[in-house]
Design a protein around this ligand. Structure first.
Ligand SMILES: Nc1ncnc2c1ncn2[C@@H]1O[C@H](COP(=O)(O)OP(=O)(O)OP(=O)(O)O)[C@@H](O)[C@H]1O
Ligand SMILES: [Mg+2]
Length: 402
């Protein structure tokens, strides 16, 4: 089912209802009433197509085009049988024009054709129920680098500052450590809103443009849904709200990384069930490994999981506490990456709010985080970069937009 976000502009309730039938085809729609509303919506939200009625030929299309640097394709609904108006809209910059008498099948076909023409068609079933692939980061033991790895992978996936020019993947990083989540701190951000604010706003949970206003943006291009500013908010966020938040945000992103912290509760369990990929962070110590095996057994019994599982060993202590071979034997799996102990850089990265893959892109830990990030989206990245042969350095990873 297509999941592209569509912005509808319809001044009359009758036309609004007909255009909103796009929801029946699976599109996520936001409806506004005037060309000025379209301009405002484009400034705060991300849309793949605009379908608009009631635009004046002169001026309105140019204003819409000027609202964002992204070229959002525009379908104008013009009076039925008015060939001159149709030509005028096309000349003014509309990508397509549809007569107001359209049957719903024609509208769907034109939207789909435009999405294909502009390379934005999202194939059926891409990323499960939505577009963005969900990657969860979890460890049954706290303080082992779960947030560090989620944050660094996210900024790598977004392609660093080049994402500002639109070269990176669209990445959302959710802090689901609902008591003391520190994703924002790792990125030196002080977000105005947090996940609990979004979850308590029923209107935003039904409107992608409004939901997007709850996100903060990092200079790498990563969008952040920050953890609550108060631990008490933990008691207010429900699975039902999270489900709505994910459904409304998901179509706007290629990758959704979730820092699930170190506690299994109904919210983190639900998120693990939604995930396409799990990253379990392993601290090489017997108690942490036992906790991991216990957790895996529990998940196998109680949860319906469909994700690919990756283990990553993080050496947060200078001494090798356990041999990698022992870790592999205990997990009965080979870790996808091993992050070496990094004496000062890691702590400095958190204190300064600059992810280590940016501050020390060629350090061994950054290279290992690059390996982990490649494993998360490996197939996709290889497909995009073929026929390049050399493995990239972590600091140089670039992922193109869908
Ligand atoms: N490979 C490493 N070498 C040295 N220090 C590391 C390494 N990985 C992470 N750290 C440091 O360990 C500390 C904990 O990291 P982080 O906050 O990412 O862990 P966490 O599992 O998310 O913790 P919490 O359970 O508190 O959320 C940080 O100071 C971080 O800089
Ligand atoms: Mg953490």
């Amino acid at each position: 089912m297509p999941v592209n976000p569509i912005l509808i502009c319809a001044p009359t309730p009758e036309l609004r209802a007909r255009l909103e039938q796009l929801q029946g085809a699976g599109y996520v729609t936001t409806t506004v009433e005037t060309a000025a509303d379209v301009v405002s919506a484009l400034r705060i939200g991300s849309y793949d197509v605009i379908v608009a009625e009631g635009l004046a030929v002169s001026g309105a299309i140019a204003r819409i085009r000027g609202a964002t640097t992204k070229q959002v394709p525009l379908i104008v609904v013009s009076p039925a049988g008015d060939v001159e108006a149709r030509i005028a809209f096309l000349e003014a910059g509309a990508d397509d024009v549809i007569a107001a008498s359209f049957p719903s099948t024609e509208l769907e076909a034109r939207v789909e054709a435009l999405l294909i023409r502009t390379g934005k068609a999202r194939p059926e079933g891409a990323g499960g129920s939505g577009a963005g692939k969900i990657v969860t980061f979890f460890s049954p033991k706290g303080g082992v680098g779960t947030t560090t790895l989620a944050v660094n992978s996210a900024v790598l996936l977004a392609g660093g500052p080049s994402a500002m020019q639109g070269h990176g993947a669209r990445v959302l990083l959710i802090d689901l450590d609902l008591q003391f989540g520190q994703v924002a701190t790792h990125l030196n951000l002080s977000p105005r809103y947090d996940i609990a604010d979004l979850c308590s706003d029923e209107q935003a949970l039904a409107d992608p443009g409004l939901a997007a206003t709850y996100l903060a943006t990092h200079s790498s291009g990563v969008s952040i849904l920050a953890g609550p500013s108060s631990p008490e908010a933990d008691y207010r966020v429900t699975v039902d709200q999270l489900e709505k938040a994910l459904r409304i945000l998901r179509p706007s992103f290629d990758h959704i990384l979730v820092d699930c912290g170190s506690r299994l509760d109904p919210r983190t369990l639900w998120m693990l069930e939604q995930a396409d990929t799990h990253v379990f962070v392993i601290f090489p110590e017997i108690a942490a490994l036992r906790a991991t095996t216990l957790m895996l057994g529990y998940l196998a019994e109680t949860a319906t999981l469909r994700a690919t599982t990756h283990f990553v060993v993080n050496h947060i202590f200078p001494k090798e506490l356990l041999k990698t071979r022992d870790v592999e034997n205990l997990l009965r799996a080979k870790p996808v990456a091993e992050i070496p102990y990094t004496e000062v850089d890691m702590i400095r990265a958190v204190n300064e709010g600059v992810p280590v893959v940016f501050s020390r892109p060629s350090s061994p830990s950054s290279v290992a985080i690059g390996t982990l990030t490649l494993a998360i989206v490996g197939a996709e990245w290889r497909q995009r970069t073929a026929p390049k042969k050399a493995a990239p350095r972590a600091g140089g990873l670039r992922f193109g937009r869908r």
